[in-house]
Write a protein that binds this ligand. Structure first.
Ligand SMILES: *Cc1c(COP(=O)(O)O)cnc(C)c1O
Length: 378
């Protein structure tokens, strides 16, 4: 039997270590995307595995209205590393739930319902977050979705200013659009979004579910702009593979958040994994490494494209969030990478090959992928 929602790949993955995955025949794959940004420290990182094991022996569940030391530690850690003063932490189980909570909190805190999102955005697949997601294919079979959402062109501050008004609850932005094709925002766009929302008392929400946890060279991508949102959502890599989402909120949001909840909020095993992940990422300064190695990889892909006259239209991204726009279908390139070189990557739209490797990769791994991509495109 197989699940019916995902179309499954023809390899069975059984184990992983660092940037490598292994199938049931012992074949090795270099994971530059199969982890979907979920394992910044690589697969089966020993510090995270130890934390999971010892917490599983102590306690696997208690509801979040009972304080628990590992959960409190995670609240404190996230508050300490949040941009600005987003010290109020809501914990949930996925990215889409973190965004759902942000939508609810913004509506409760402002008393408004209108939410502004961007074309090409991806914010998740539940009925609220899906309504803020752009792609019609993801939405059409499930309509009607949550209402009162308006879309603007990503990067156009004037259009944003013309749509955001006194009726607006929130503006949602990815600092680098991921799923939509790897499009980084400019600093001035994020600054404008901050001014425009502040002027009318709307919440600015940064969806850092893909950009966060060090991927772009700083712990949060928005740090590079100096812009502090009213809420920041994170998930994917925050517990190095265990299901965790978080919504980090400013005081004015937390003070008037309505009545929200979730059974598994702040599960101790998941919190223990997140504590170990954050501790390792911060103490080993993994974000700086991700920024350096990301620049190295991007430059080597650009150099190879020029030298070998590869069918590449654009190479863009930030840190280890890289998109290579090719002049042919991305899926064929991805297939060649996997079958001929054992390199796993993922698409972002029809023509973009997306690399989201674990942040602990070294130059040798980047070189291997550069060579594999050159072969696949030659
Ligand atoms: C993956 C992703 C989500 C959704 O996260 P899930 O955990 O799959 O619900 C939301 N926003 C962005 C930017 C993402 O990359």
């Amino acid at each position: 039997m197989s699940g019916f929602v995902f179309s499954e790949k023809p390899i069975t993955i059984e184990s992983g270590e660092g940037p490598y995955l292994y199938d049931d025949n012992g074949n090795e794959y270099l994971d530059f995307g199969a982890n979907y940004a979920v394992t910044p420290l690589g697969h089966s990182h020993p510090a995270v595995t130890d934390a999971i094991q010892s917490q599983a022996e102590a306690l696997t569940y208690v509801q979040a209205s009972y304080p628990n030391t590992v959960r409190t530690e995670l609240y404190d850690r996230l508050a300490a590393v949040s941009p600005g003063d987003l010290e109020n932490v809501w914990l949930c189980n996925s990215g889409t739930e973190a965004n759902e909570a942000a939508m609810k909190f913004a509506r409760a805190a402002t008393g408004n319902s209108k939410i502004v999102a961007t074309k090409r955005a991806f914010h998740g697949r539940t009925m609220g977050a899906l309504a803020m997601t752009w792609k019609k294919k993801y939405k059409a079979p499930y309509e009607p979705l949550a209402g009162d959402i308006e879309f603007v062109s990503y990067g156009d501050a004037e259009e944003l200013a013309s749509v955001v008004d006194e009726e607006t609850a929130a503006v949602f932005l990815e600092p680098v659009q991921g799923e939509g094709g790897i499009h980084p925002a400019t600093v001035s766009y994020l600054e404008s979004a901050r001014e425009i929302t502040e002027d009318v008392g709307a919440a600015l929400v940064f969806d850092e579910i893909q950009t966060g946890v060090g991927r772009t060279g700083t712990l949060w991508a928005c740090e590079q702009s100096g812009v502090v949102p009213d809420m920041l959502t994170t998930a994917k890599g925050i517990a190095n593979g265990l299901p965790l989402g978080a919504t980090l909120c400013a005081d004015w949001i937390a003070e008037n958040h309505g009545d929200h909840g979730s059974t598994f909020s702040g599960n101790p095993v998941v919190c223990a994994a997140a504590n170990a992940t954050l501790e390792t990422i911060v103490s080993e300064d993994i974000p700086t490494h991700a920024g350096d190695i990301g620049s190295y990889l991007m430059e080597s892909i650009e150099a190879a494209a020029e030298e070998h006259d590869l069918p590449v239209r654009d190479v863009r991204g930030n840190g280890l969030m890289i998109g290579v726009e090719v002049k042919r279908g991305a899926n064929r390139v991805l297939r060649d990478l996997a079958l001929n070189s054992g390199v796993l990557a993922l698409p972002a739209g029809r023509t973009v090959v997306r690399f989201l490797p674990p942040l602990i990769i070294e130059e040798e791994h980047a070189d291997e992928v550069g060579t594999a991509l050159t072969e696949a495109l030659s």
